[in-house]
Ligand binder design. Structure first.
Ligand SMILES: [Zn+2]
Length: 305
């Protein structure tokens, strides 16, 4: 209700039309997005979207489609955050998985290094590393954690737009194969969504919000029309048209906004209305218009960072 009271909620197609110069966005517009491809997007988010008659976009990591479990890196992060991973075990795990020798166990970068680089590692290598360590990931296998192909098809048929979120969920700035991280999810997801009426998958959300100007340019060259980041900025519109295909998002993680689990309108409003505005694209330099409006894109995150 808060969003509908203050914004015109637009679709991914509306945003694509704006960046292509075909159709302007309305004033005070907002795009709602979810990342990763969790099954609860179908179970919980879709009924709420329908109830309030609003649109959303889900960015999906193609390798996790149909999996019972979350990525092991996410389970590791939750275990670490809950204090269930000893620093010495984490440092050993880092050395086993990523090499480069032993690190200071209290180095705060260790966990993020594993979370960002781990998803592309070979399963056998990961299992071998964990087998010698005392780390319990408390893996959840029921209910199914990730969306299935059928679930994705149902979402598209229900009006949800699907975008890509990498192949493995490895940060592209650390990936050994950025080209495949860009191309594979498009191929897998196109195979699912086109039959349900979505024209194609041509929007990308970069995993972990990690990108460089080179990666953005590579994504655009690979056929993506829009690249969504985790930068907490509003996007500039000139006469209703987006001036950059690089789009920031404001995280509405409920744990940050309202510890009770409910959004507090006044806190949400403050985070939206005081968000900074992208001065210029990191990858593509655009002149800032003299008169401008703003486009908000919000990443609603139920499970992931
Ligand atoms: Zn993600």
């Amino acid at each position: 209700m808060f969003f509908r009271s203050h914004y015109t909620i637009v679709t991914l197609d509306d945003v694509k039309a704006s960046v292509a110069g075909a159709r302007p966005l309305p004033p005070r517009c907002l795009l709602i997005t979810f990342d990763d491809g969790f099954a609860d997007n179908l179970e919980y988010a879709l009924p709420l979207l329908r109830k309030h008659a609003v649109f959303a976009t889900i960015f999906v990591t193609s390798d996790v489609i149909g999996r019972q479990e979350r990525l092991w890196t996410e389970d590791l992060l939750w275990a670490f955050t809950a204090g269930r991973v000893r620093p010495c075990d984490l440092a050993r795990l880092h050395a086993l998985l990523l090499g480069q020798g032993e690190h200071d166990p209290d180095d705060p970068k260790l966990i993020w290094d594993i979370v960002r680089r781990g998803p592309e590692l070979d399963d056998e290598q990961v299992q071998a590393a964990f087998s010698g360590l005392n780390i319990d990931l408390h893996r959840i296998t029921w209910p199914r954690q990730m969306l299935t192909r059928d679930g994705l098809a149902h979402l598209v048929a229900s009006g949800v737009s699907i975008g890509a979120h990498g192949k493995t969920h490895t940060a592209m700035t650390s990936s050994s194969d950025v080209a495949t991280e860009l191309s594979r999810p498009r191929a897998v997801l196109n195979d699912i969504v086109i039959a349900q009426g979505q024209s194609s998958v041509d929007a990308l959300s970069v995993p972990h919000g990690a990108y460089t100007s080179g990666i953005v340019n590579q994504a655009l060259a690979a056929g993506y029309a829009l690249v969504f980041t985790g930068d907490p900025v509003l996007s500039t519109l000139k006469n209703g048209f987006l001036v950059s295909p690089l789009i920031g998002r404001l995280d509405v993680d409920g744990r940050r906004i309202a510890p009770t689990g409910d959004f507090l309108p006044e806190v949400l409003a403050a985070s939206l209305f005081t968000a900074s505005q992208r001065q210029s694209g990191v990858a593509l330099q655009f002149a800032r218009p003299a008169r401008h409006s703003r486009f908000a894109s919000m990443a609603a995150r139920c499970n992931l960072l």
